[in-house]
Design a protein. Structure first.
Length: 172
């Protein structure tokens, strides 16, 4: 499975390093290139756009600041959905409003892309060890198909139901 990562701040970087350490191929993008240096040194392919991440990945994790940032990397210029291919899945680890998550999932669905919301609890210090707690909302079959990578990222993974549910639970 080819893994993509859009957003390599503190949490995204730690998740990416753990994915690489676990033996997966990783393609990553961050607006600030300097924040991808450590990943590149460990073998990640660093690209110039979210579109290129999508083109080189089976599943793309987004770990960005807020819902507007998720929308921008998902549907803006040279975006994730611009790099659509059969079977592409997006997993949003950003902490965003559940209503926005449902809307974003709906936009992806219109483009034939499945999206799971996958917010996590725990910071970079546990992410680097794969010990996050992950909540998942979205299509159950898509979740099950990609369960292996979720179990790499988090030592506790909970499927909670439709899109938006995981964000609703995390924000409570």
């Amino acid at each position: 499975m080819r893994i993509g990562l859009v957003g390599t701040g503190l949490l995204g970087n730690a998740v990416g390093l753990h994915i690489l350490e676990s033996g997966y191929d990783l393609t990553a993008f961050n607006r600030t290139k300097a924040k991808t240096k450590q990943l590149q040194e460990r073998g990640a392919k660093i690209v110039d756009t979210p579109k290129e991440v999508a083109e080189n990945s089976d599943i793309v994790f987004t770990v960005v600041k807020n819902a507007d940032a998720v929308r921008k990397v998902s549907f803006g210029d040279s975006c994730i959905s611009c790099g659509k291919h059969d079977g592409l899945v997006v997993a949003d680890m950003s902490t965003i409003n559940p209503i926005a998550s449902k809307e974003i999932a709906g936009e992806f669905a219109k483009k034939g892309i499945m999206m799971l919301d996958t917010p996590v609890m725990g910071g970079p210090n546990v992410a680097i060890k794969g010990e996050l707690v992950m909540m998942v909302g979205g299509d159950r079959e898509t979740f099950e198909k990609h369960r292996k990578i979720f179990d790499v990222i988090a030592n506790k993974v909970f499927y909670l139901g439709e899109n938006g549910t995981a964000h609703a639970v995390k924000l409570q």
